[in-house]
Design a protein around this ligand. Structure first.
Ligand SMILES: [Zn+2]
Ligand SMILES: [Zn+2]
Length: 107
């Protein structure tokens, strides 16, 4: 009757009574990687914590508690960059806005 569904686990870091472990976030899965076996994770398939894509785990990705696929990393980077650019644009424009100048030009 044991019908363990095979899937790339949705690895994320969780706190348990025996420390932090990488476990599967899917509701019907109670898989986790024993701490002495964490070295086996890089190179394994995993499900993205953001978009459900399948990606390959790397040491670099495992620096995050909730690793995401390359596509989501790129998207996140682009969103951050756009946000920063907007912030910079706002700062620049507020520097340039001079209320006296505007009032003068209206008169
Ligand atoms: Zn799983
Ligand atoms: Zn993704």
């Amino acid at each position: 009757m044991s019908r363990a569904r095979r899937h790339p686990h949705r690895y994320h870091k969780t706190n348990t009574s025996f420390g932090q472990v990488w476990s599967c976030a899917l509701p019907d899965c109670n898989h986790y990687m024993p701490r002495h076996m964490v070295g086996m994770l890089p190179g394994k398939q995993a499900q993205c914590n953001e978009c459900d894509n399948i990606y390959i785990l790397t040491y670099e990705k495992m620096k995050s508690d909730e690793p995401i696929c390359d596509e989501c990393e790129t998207n996140r980077e682009m969103r951050l960059r756009a946000l920063n650019e907007r912030k910079e644009a706002k700062q620049n424009s507020s520097d340039e806005v001079n209320i006296d100048e505007i009032l003068k030009s209206i008169r």
